[in-house]
Design a binder for this molecule. Structure first.
Ligand code: ZN
Length: 610
């Protein structure tokens, strides 16, 4: 009993207890009958009650004394943060800042070690790393995992491109990440409404010095709804402001967090809305999705919104000061808000002067070599030769151009797809039989951005006119099309050659708006496609899947149907939905196995082509 309270209080309590013991023992000893004994014991209990009450009073006094001390003693603790987002290419480029994963990791480690922090800095990543890049077409994103682990990432949120190869592939890769993925506001219906891809709802970091940091992950609806590997109706989306308003207070009251950081993958105006409307519950917004370096201080709560560039070329270092009464035990119902200031913020560029991190450089080289070896890897099978000869694909419809355009149309849920034949670089025939990664790389060596536009029928006609305007010259602008068919009469003047246009089997309506997928390059009016300029963008290039990924996923899907590749029961459902759409242009062998057999189906009828 003497262990409670301070020294003198303890001694006093012990003396009182001894006194009570003596009195009870004396009373019990003097008792001559049961009634006397009962009286003595009752007397003892009464004293014991008084003793307990006095102890309680002392306890309360002591607590209020401590509270008063805590009230006076505000403390300041500092958090050292390194932030980056949207990384795609692990190799350095020519011009400064050269970037590259090896120099990036070197700089992160240097910044981590340079400061004599008692606590390791937080390395926070705001999503998009598994795709797109040429390397990803081969590795399906796997190469990024060891690199992010080398960069000592503490936590990450999902970006749209992290779903490019499906949820199954993402969760496989997540299992090897030495850090948690946090995305708080998207649930997945087929998985019983659990957080999408098994993400964490939030992370609480408890530092040895008593500072507790809460991290949430928030994404916007726009890109969630356009993912090519997930169906929109399977997603249960919570507005990011509502989610922040739900989790921020909960982190403070239940988890006694002093600082709340939101990792986001959304456009800047949405980050600003988050900071504006939830700045009383979120202290700092670290975002991705935009590739420009951006810094904003958003009123009325003066919350910083930071985007740290792209592609391992930039990173943000900051020091955040958290001030409050750490000694005070937080009142759960009404948690105290700590003051948060960004006291240092530096934009670091990853330039040529940085000595690459050796182990990461080895990884980069290893992956590049592996890609060269993987070129023989079989990704699918075609029953027919695929015609990619320039003289053919740049003047007429071929089965290869139809195949790529069909995949592009289905993969972006568009009515029409138009691609310039100049995108297909092979200039050869891929023999019937197995198709390798090398063939795919030969056909589509570049990762070109795609967009989905809202195009009036009149503009669509103009675009087709431009496409056939240079024939018989073998110009790259010649269109590969899907969802549309037309006649081109080469006896007529350029820009007056196209007739009989129909979309989805119906005659073209000049005033109707069509959902058209094309290359960003053409949407910007290049190769004479000025008809697409100023058309409303429905899905931008950052949110669209890229062609090599769509083709790879197409074959991966056939693999699943063929039983060569198993999907987990957890996420198989959604991938299979996408697969059934692809089945429309897959053929079945007698054995039941699936392969492709693209044909020339007369979608471009050439008249007077010499
Ligand atoms: Zn993104």
């Amino acid at each position: 009993m003497g262990s409670r309270g301070g020294e003198d209080v303890g001694a006093e309590a012990a003396a009182q207890l001894r006194d009570l013991q003596l009195r009870v023992v004396a009373g019990v000893a003097a008792a001559e009958n049961a009634a006397d004994l009962e009286l003595a014991l009752r007397e003892g209990l009464k004293h014991l009650q008084g003793l307990r009450e006095r102890e309680g009073e002392r306890e309360r006094e002591r607590a209020s004394l401590l509270r008063a001390k805590g009230h006076e003693a505000e403390e300041t603790k500092e958090v050292h943060i390194l932030h980056f987002n949207d990384v795609y290419n692990i190799a350095a480029r020519e011009q400064e800042p050269v970037g590259g994963a090896a120099r990036f990791v070197a700089r992160v480690l240097e910044l981590r070690e340079k400061e004599d922090d008692s606590e390791a800095p937080l390395v926070l990543f705001s999503g998009d790393c598994l795709n797109p890049s040429m390397l990803s077409t081969t590795t399906r994103g796997a190469h990024m995992v060891p690199i992010l682990n080398n960069a000592c990432v503490s936590a990450a949120c999902f970006g749209n491109h992290d779903f490019d190869f499906g949820i199954d592939q993402l969760t496989r890769l997540m299992a090897n990440c030495e850090f948690p993925w946090i995305t708080s506001n998207v649930r997945y219906r087929p998985d019983g409404g659990n957080l999408l891809a098994g993400a964490e709802e939030f992370l609480v970091i408890e530092r040895a010095d008593g500072l507790r940091i809460g991290i949430i992950g928030l994404v916007e609806y726009a890109w969630m709804a356009t993912l090519s590997t997930i169906e929109e109706e399977d997603i249960e989306y919570e507005d990011f402001v509502e989610c922040a308003r739900r989790l921020g207070p909960r982190l403070r009251s239940q988890h006694r967090v002093h600082l709340v950081i939101a990792l986001t993958h959304m456009r800047l105006p949405n980050d600003e809305r988050l900071a504006h409307e939830a700045g009383d519950v979120v202290d700092l917004v670290l975002g991705g999705h935009d590739h420009d370096y951006e810094v904003r201080c958003v009123e009325p709560h003066k919350v910083w919104v930071i985007k740290s560039g792209t592609d391992f070329r930039e990173l943000t270092e900051m020091r955040v000061r958290v001030t409050g009464r750490f000694a005070l035990e937080s009142d759960a119902a009404n948690p105290e808000r700590f003051r948060v200031e960004v006291v240092m913020r530096t934009r670091h560029e990853i330039n040529n002067t940085i000595v690459p991190h050796e182990r990461t450089q080895e990884l980069v080289e290893m992956f590049n070599e592996k890609v060269a070896q993987d070129m023989n890897q079989v990704i699918g099978e075609s029953a027919v030769p695929l015609d990619g000869i320039f003289a053919h694909i740049r003047t007429r419809e071929t089965n290869l151009s139809n195949f790529v355009a069909d995949i592009m149309r289905v993969g972006t849920r568009s009515e029409v797809a138009i691609l310039n034949a100049g995108t297909l670089r092979l200039d050869a025939i891929v023999e019937a039989g197995t198709i390798t990664l090398g063939d795919l790389r030969g056909i589509l060596p570049m990762v070109d951005g795609l967009v989905v536009l809202e195009v009036p029928g009149s503009r669509l006609l103009e675009a087709l006119e431009n496409g056939v305007s240079k024939v018989p010259a073998t110009e790259g602008r010649f269109p590969c099309v899907a969802g549309v068919s037309f006649t081109a009469d080469y006896a007529l003047e350029p820009m007056h050659r196209v007739s009989n246009v129909s979309v989805g089997g119906e005659p073209l309506e000049k005033d109707r708006l069509y959902r058209v997928c094309t290359k960003l390059y053409l949407a910007n009016g290049k190769d004479g496609y000025s008809a697409f300029q100023d058309c409303k963008v429905l899905v931008d290039d950052e949110c669209c899947p890229v062609l090599p990924t769509l083709v790879r996923n197409h074959f991966a899907a056939l693999d699943v149907l063929n039983g060569f590749n198993c999907l987990s029961r957890r996420y198989g459902h959604t991938f299979m939905k996408a697969v059934h759409k692809l089945e429309t242009f897959a053929k079945k062998k007698k054995t039941g196995a699936l392969y492709v057999e693209p044909v020339v189906d007369g979608r471009i009828t050439a008249v007077n082509l010499t």
